[in-house]
Write a protein that binds this ligand. Sequence first.
Ligand SMILES: Cc1cc2nc3c(=O)[nH]c(=O)nc-3n(C[C@H](O)[C@H](O)[C@H](O)COP(=O)(O)OP(=O)(O)OC[C@H]3O[C@@H](n4cnc5c(N)ncnc54)[C@H](O)[C@@H]3O)c2cc1C
Length: 312
Amino acid sequence: MTENSHFDVIVLGGGPAGLTAAIYLSRARLRTLVLTEGTPGGQMTLTHEIANYPGIEKINGYMLGAVMKKQAASFGAVVKGNVEISSFDLEGATKSVTTADGQTYSSDAMILAPGGRSRALGVSDEDTFRGRGISYCATCDGDFFTGKEIVVVGGGNSALGEAVSLTNYATRVTVVHQFDHFQAFEYAVEEAKANSKISFIMSSTIDSFYGNEKLEGVKIRNLLTGDVSDFTTDGVFIFIGYVPNTESLEGLVSLNERGEIITGPDMSTNIEGVYAAGDAAVKRYRQVTTAVADGTVAALAAADYLHSLKRK
Ligand SMILES: Cc1cc2nc3c(=O)[nH]c(=O)nc-3n(C[C@H](O)[C@H](O)[C@H](O)COP(=O)(O)OP(=O)(O)OC[C@H]3O[C@@H](n4cnc5c(N)ncnc54)[C@H](O)[C@@H]3O)c2cc1C
């Protein structure tokens, strides 16, 4: 390990949580390295428009990520994208990370911000139409379907809650659910059923998506009869769960039963000097604003921790 591979803080994950942490840390003159799988910007890069980030009326998600990265770099943070992490060592005073290409980086504190991903249906052409009619975020994309007809997939609280909220935009919302009953609280079921814009296709699932430039329809399979029918739609929102990107952290840091990193109010984990931020941490609402808030708190707490080490 060379001298310049040791940093004050390593931030794992370059989404809004990690990049915000890097802005705060590097501005506090702490030597900061951000290592991220994929493109800096994280999930923001998947959406063509972010219209709810305060202070910026509308911005392309990729652009917002690029600006955050530039801002962190302007204060001296080193941001490395498309990095594959092969192992972590979080215990002890010095933390370290080794990448798939054999580089090892060490630090005195670490911030885990690996984000997450929506659970995908895993059916044909889902990737093709992601962001071109298929969405996993009503708060983010509902507005784009104003005056349109859409499908919501799922039968839990979030699917039914989002179906109701999407009626603020769409003229018709069809909920497709695999069972003949919902896995949601009674009040959520009642609210969805009472909404005249919502209809239900039960015991059914999406077999595949089709369209040209944009999504034009779905093939729906009735799970009781096996019949498959075409269903024309402008958009499909999928709410069948969320997966934090914490598989590689299992056994290294405390996770809850959903795989989310458990943190204290200052975003500290169960390991001294290791903090977490953003969508991978335990939380109810996952947005850019909540991620940047976490990144701020984690960075300030990590900076305090480093100062306390110097006082010892
Ligand atoms: C299609 C879409 C549209 C959205 N639109 C909006 C919107 O309009 N407004 C809004 O507020 N929110 C929106 N969101 C939600 C928002 O993007 C997320 O809440 C936010 O990006 C979470 O930030 P994060 O930094 O915690 O994680 P992420 O953005 O997920 O970033 C984490 C990064 O870490 C990388 N990574 C994963 N594992 C590791 C590892 N082991 N080591 C290093 N790096 C790793 C990931 O590849 C990723 O690049 C949208 C989400 C999606 C998917």
